[in-house]
Design a protein around this ligand. Structure first.
Ligand code: F6P
Length: 341
């Protein structure tokens, strides 16, 4: 078979590990592998290249994606549907393995409904894809958040400051919750649970009263301060999937906390550091297992499915299930985070 692979949406450490696993397993199975450049844009434009043992050699520890990525919604392009089908026919593609989050997988599902053989692999540092316990890139991201909190603790303590750490996570608080808990944050603010600036100030004041003259506050970019009503955005433009660029909640919080408590406050925005660099053990292994499972699903003719991790097992779930909304931070983890306020 001719198996095509693409990576779409925001990059995340572990994408190359998945591409390598897919390529190696497919070549071993006697198939040919085609890399599609820049996500769905490459399929629109017919921008592809052969993936060989050589082209995936040495990429396991590398962040980013050798295929490149984009946030292209091909169905928004002129004659998008026809152009996608032309590339598929011209290259004789028998199956597509799409590695991505909800946006990329929503295109995969639509193609599947049009009769294209598609299998999904879940990737996003946000870990918010339903149907799987973990997505590729999340573990690396939370390790970076944990490390940042460790480092910020020492400087916060030295200067008796409040440190606000803004992390990614537009609709789900997995990165803030897991990264913050592991990094010993004193306050964790997630999109799922609106908060007031006053409750943050209250925790900081209580800590000061106990002699803890510094505090670490981890806030997801999508957290909603009830005082301001909405999520804080960088500008009003939206991408092809309708998402605004979030960002700025950290700076807003720093300003307000300093003004209302009188304690010196600084902000660190971790931004794309959370998506860069070498994947952790967990992400390498997860990407490898999901990649191999995706090729095996193709061989078995199981299309319209997403490979997933449930407990310790790799399983396949309907793409429909994977696209049934956003998987929120486990409420039990949120409860734990409140215990440490
Ligand atoms: O796709 C996940 C994500 O990491 C979000 O948490 C974040 O809002 C977004 O990507 C930012 O992506 P970019 O700056 O690459 O468009």
């Amino acid at each position: 078979m001719q198996i095509a692979v693409l990576t779409g949406g925001g990059d995340a450490p572990g994408l190359n590990a998945a591409i390598r696993a897919i390529t190696r397993r497919a070549l071993d199975g006697g198939h040919e592998v085609i890399g599609i450049r820049k996500g769905w844009l490459g399929l629109l434009e017919g921008d592809t290249f052969p993936l060989t043992r050589d082209s995936v050699s040495g990429i396991l520890p590398r962040g980013g994606t050798i295929l490149g990525t984009s946030r292209t919604n091909p169905f928004k392009a002129d004659e998008g549907e026809a152009r996608l089908m032309r590339t598929i026919e011209r290259l004789g593609i028998d199956a597509i393995i799409a590695i991505g989050g909800d946006d990329t997988l929503s295109v995969a599902l639509r193609l599947f409904k049009m009769g294209v053989n598609v299998v999904g692999v879940p990737k996003t540092m946000d870990n918010d894809v339903p149907g799987t316990d973990y997505t590729i890139g999340f573990d690396t991201a939370v390790n970076i958040v944990m490390d940042a909190c460790d480092r910020l603790h020492t400087t916060a303590e030295a200067h008796h400051r409040v440190m606000i750490v803004e992390v990614m996570g537009r609709d789900a608080g997995w990165v803030a919750g897991v990264g913050g808990l592991s990094g010993g944050a004193d306050v964790i603010l997630v999109p799922e649970v609106p908060f007031t600036i006053e409750e943050v100030c209250e925790v900081v004041r209580r800590r000061h009263a106990r002699g803890r003259t510094f505090s670490i506050v981890v806030v997801a970019e999508g957290a909603r301060p009830t005082d301001f009503g909405l999520q804080i955005t960088q500008d009003a433009r939206v991408d092809e999937f309708g998402h605004v660029r979030l960002g700025g909640i950290g700076a807003l919080l720093a300003r307000e906390v300093e003004a209302q408590t009188g304690y010196e406050t600084r902000v660190t925005v971790l931004g794309h550091l959370q998506r860069g660099g070498s994947p952790t053990v967990f992400d390498r292994l997860l990407a490898t297992r999901l990649g191999v499972a995706a090729v095996e699903a193709v061989e078995a003719g199981k299309f319209g499915m997403m490979m997933a991790l449930r407990g310790t097992k790799i399983v396949s779930v309907d793409l429909e299930e994977a696209l049934s909304g956003t998987s929120p931070l486990d409420p039990e983890l949120y409860r734990l985070s409140r215990l440490f306020h």
